[in-house]
Ligand binder design. Sequence first.
Ligand SMILES: [Ca+2]
Ligand SMILES: [Ca+2]
Length: 383
Amino acid sequence: MATRILGPTGSKRRKRFLLGPVLLVAALAALFVAGGARAVHDLGLFELDRNATTQTTNDWDHAFNAARDTTGKCTNPTTALGANALACSFVHDATDASIFTGGSSKDDNDINVVSGTTTSPNWLWKDGSVPDKDNLSDAYAALFTNPTSVSCTPPPTPCAPQAGDQILYVGADRFANNGSTDMGFWFFKNPVSVNSSGSFDGVHTVGDLLLLSTFTQGGATTTIRAFVWVGKNGTCPTGTSYATSGNTICGPVATLADCTVASGGDFGCATVNGVAANPGTPSPWPYTSKFPDGTQSASNIFASGTFLEGGIDLTEFGLQGCFSSFLAETRSSPSVTATLKDFVIGSLESCSASMSTTPKNADGTATAPDSDTPAEPASGAGR
Ligand SMILES: [Ca+2]
Ligand SMILES: [Ca+2]
């Protein structure tokens, strides 16, 4: 199952073979790209530039200003972020709302353990406080299809994001910057939400994605690592296997550098805002900083080390799919087994409830089966 979900690297090439016409357009477009190979932070889809304000293409202000439902999900992502957008979401975390509690609220535990008709919760939550540096204010995500293959000289092959690759961007901001804070982003294929009783609704699905990064103090360089849930008796494509009660999360399946130092053609990066001259890094949404930089305002200005953003080419690492829900969390350490602290949860995409492995054409007929490509719901074609 895991092999089907993750797919061998060869499957991507096969899929790309079908994208011949797109690649031709992309090759022509590449003629207009000056300099070296482009990367996730300069594909022209979304800005990873240590601020949340649009300069040239899209930034988080577009996700915030988008029409969104009560779960944070953009109702019309292409209107908000352009023709290549698949989804976006923006969720605010109220002060002292929704923190993890209990010893089993861990990334290496399934959310719930279901045995027959009995559901035993692992993850638990309550309203309460965490240290200010771990206190999330907002979290956001945006998903795109990369329209243009990037021209570059192998090896490795491919050496930059290609046309058709699914590119995921994530970000968050926090209240205080008096220390670094480890950060995680879960992307769940099937819906996950909170119950008023203090448990969660939902379980992990094979292919659920966990991205780990760090809010560094002062905006020092950071990294971003990807982990994948492979479930019962799942096989890890690479990295370490963290198995708990028969369930397994693996990784890192990708380790990526800071966007400010990442080389051209990279497949992912993350970055944290540093100290900026007055008026600093403006927040497009209502925001308060506990420790503003210098004489900067505490209101609607991100102090250094309070704004994090990143991106990853999911297709390159065999991680692409349809993600119903996402959860942003602060953590006690970079370890997969860290204690979880604050969180905020929202919706990202509308995915089919049943994980069909037989994609349908627009007219409802089945497309040629391709068991090696990552499983996507039948509705994926209509996104
Ligand atoms: Ca920007
Ligand atoms: Ca919270």
